[in-house]
Design a protein around this ligand. Sequence first.
Ligand code: SF4
Length: 450
Amino acid sequence: MTEKKIKSANEAAEKIIEWGEAHDMVTCFERAEKLKPCPIGASGACCKACHMGPCRLVGKNAEEAARGVCGATLATVAARNLLRMIAAGSAAHSDHARGMAYTLLAVANGEAKDFRITDVKKLYRVAGYLDIEFEGREVNDVARDVATRLIEDFGRQGTGHVNFLSRAPEKTQKRWEKWGIKPRGVDREIVEAMHRTCIGVDHDPDHILLHGLRTALTDGWGGSMISTDITDILFGTPAPVKAEASFGIFEENMVNLVVHGHEPLLAEMIVAAVSESGMVEYAKSKGAGGINLGGMCCTANEVLMRHGIPTAGGFTNQELGIMTGLVDAITVDVQCIMPAIVELSKKFHTKVITTSEKAMIPGAIHMEFDEERAMEMARDVVRLACDNFPNRTTGGSHITDKFPVIGGFSHEYIEYMQGGSWRASFRPLNDAIMAGRIRGVVGLAGCDNP
Ligand code: SF4
């Protein structure tokens, strides 16, 4: 007897996958099985840096013998390909951070009236990292200076480095100094990565990879850190909160609206909109008991750790969520949105709404986010979901397993846990690691997209 192949470790996901297979619905799990890895990439590398190629560097002695038309070695091509991937990832996180920095600036200038500075303490902390005076000043003035200084991190051209590098331990900073990999500006390193990987530029694999490290640092100590801090300033630094997870967060008698993607700006407004009495009454006028908001992917984490909004899961759950048949509308913005969900949604009643000016999917409804009318737009989205509730059919897996979770363990909260308000620090943890009572700390990324 052939053993049943498990496709997902999540039991509820597995049930929906089985339901989908029985109903001729294709998901990423089936596509991954059908699409075998490219044999060139599996045994060597492919270079598409110029039109003399693509050059396939494969074969028994590829590492020593394979050459592209221009003479590039496998090590050069592999390093170039990796650097381009690093540049793309850094660009994604950092472009998001740029948007957050400009929103903070707009808030400080009174131009994004639906947003406000929620966590003044965090604003002051970040101002302190940047040597910006905050004592006795107007909050918006401090916020303007913080936003302006962080925006400089993207386009810095002359001397200087990404601001937050100074937050790293001194030993780490010295190591970066020694290897000459301190990033100057986010955009600059990403542009240079693209330049170096063009035909006929950087051919030394070690030299290419050093720029890979430099470019990656723009992400970790630039884009990602900037966006995390600004999100906390605008919406609050997370603290532990109870929530629920998995597909059972969708409710049969409620309008189920999902926020999916990476941008928290619209999602935060939708969180506020769904609890407005006018919106709840509107949902009831369509025959629903109320509005149930859920999250997917990183936007889910944002609204879970700040508001306890339940999550339907990560990247590989997005198709499965629609296959429950219970999702009335799903908003998507940037990063980790499978284009497949639009095609799949047509088999159900689900409306897929793209909201970013940077990302559209053929067949989806496009409602472009505008921070100057953020709340109005959030209400439009909620109304659209309510309007679609009467179109719900009995189709779908209707799998409703769920379990409790506690989220919100931010860096600041973990620090607070170890000393309270007055003596918050990481000292107890560091001492325990140095004494060998704790062997180390593991960071787990929240996404199941490899
Ligand atoms: S850069 Fe060299 S290895 Fe790459 S495609 Fe052009 S000729 Fe081929």
